[in-house]
Design a protein around this ligand. Structure first.
Ligand code: C5P
Length: 299
């Protein structure tokens, strides 16, 4: 993650992710699901700024949430700023792990849409661990940060690993980095409403015939966009569609457009189209935006 000094503050840029593949292998005794997923980082970012806090508790401020007046940012899923926020949980976790008694004031410029399957909260938590390790000069290793990250959320370690793409297993916290072709172009739409990850997992069933991630990994390694598109898969899409009709409508619309392939990311509700090039992605984004589908991004 990119970190830079700004006066007395440290800033960290936290990227979003897309899942190009997600298969469920079973339910575990701890209530989580055993997964195999392929994630790629994408260029939509939250920006976190850490300052020294002189009072006795760390604090959090959200300065903006995407485009104002857009229904996709409306109050169905607002970001909490209390102790339940993953950023403050990450602050507490690294304080306890490293045995430090310093406090920080965190300001977040939030661009990644919430409740969208793009892991904004997990990426913010990873940025907090990386940022405070540096800001407080704690000297923790990547493995130590991953040990803390795994206690915070299933997607946090993907962002700590630092690779642009990875196959993630277990709950999602076991990371196998993967080379990614440089020129993948996406149009991404986050419809007006979001979904809770826990709710979607509650409605999923482990697959009877488990799909192999192999063909997608091969396509990624060979940089073949067509083969990547042909192997996009998300086992959470059917349960998410049963909970949110906007996903079905959006998927049908994406299917009418000249993408190479399309899919819902993570537990939704955002969906993406893999495009042959950046120009097509931008053209489709303008069209989807004018049709009022929600927040639209290209990356
Ligand atoms: O780990 P994270 O906090 O992102 O997960 C949110 C919720 O999603 C969990 O509480 C759990 O209900 C569900 N989940 C799951 N299996 C996973 C990851 C998440 O059941 N592998």
């Amino acid at each position: 993650m990119r970190c830079w000094q700004l006066g007395q503050s440290l800033c960290v840029r936290a990227p979003a992710k897309l899942n190009l593949f997600l298969e469920i292998h079973g339910k575990r005794p701890d209530g989580f699901h055993e997964l195999e997923t392929l994630m790629v980082r994408v260029g939509i970012y939250d920006t976190l700024r850490f300052k020294q806090e002189e009072s006795e508790a760390s604090s959090l401020r959200i300065v903006s949430v995407g485009e104002r007046n857009n229904p996709a940012n409306s109050a169905d899923h607002t970001v909490p700023t209390d102790e339940s926020n993953l950023i403050l949980r990450a602050v507490r976790a690294i304080q306890e792990y490293a045995g430090v008694n310093r406090q920080t004031r965190v300001t977040v410029k939030k661009e990644i849409p919430v409740a969208s399957g793009m892991a904004g909260g997990s990426s913010d938590a990873a940025a907090t661990l990386i940022g405070l390790n540096r800001f407080w000069q704690l000297g923790l290793s990547r493995d130590q940060l991953c040990e803390i990250g795994a206690t915070l959320g299933s997607d946090v370690n993907f962002f700590l690993a630092g690779s642009n793409a990875a196959v993630c297993k277990g709950r999602g916290e076991i990371i196998e980095p993967l080379a990614v072709p440089a020129d993948l172009s996406f149009v991404i739409v986050r419809p007006r409403s979001g979904l809770s990850t826990a709710e979607v997992f509650k409605h999923c069933r482990p697959s009877d015939a488990v799909r192999s991630i192999g063909p997608l990994v091969d396509a990624m390694q060979n940089g073949q966009s067509g083969a990547i598109a042909a192997n996009l898969f998300n086992a959470l899409q059917a349960p998410a569609e049963s909970l949110n009709s906007e996903i079905q409508l959006l998927t049908a619309r994406l299917g009418q457009l000249p993408t190479l392939g399309h899919l819902m990311t993570g537990s939704g509700t955002a969906c993406f189209g893999l495009c042959p090039n950046r120009r097509t992605a931008q053209r489709l984004a303008a069209r989807l935006h004018s049709e009022g589908w929600g927040r639209v991004f290209t990356t």
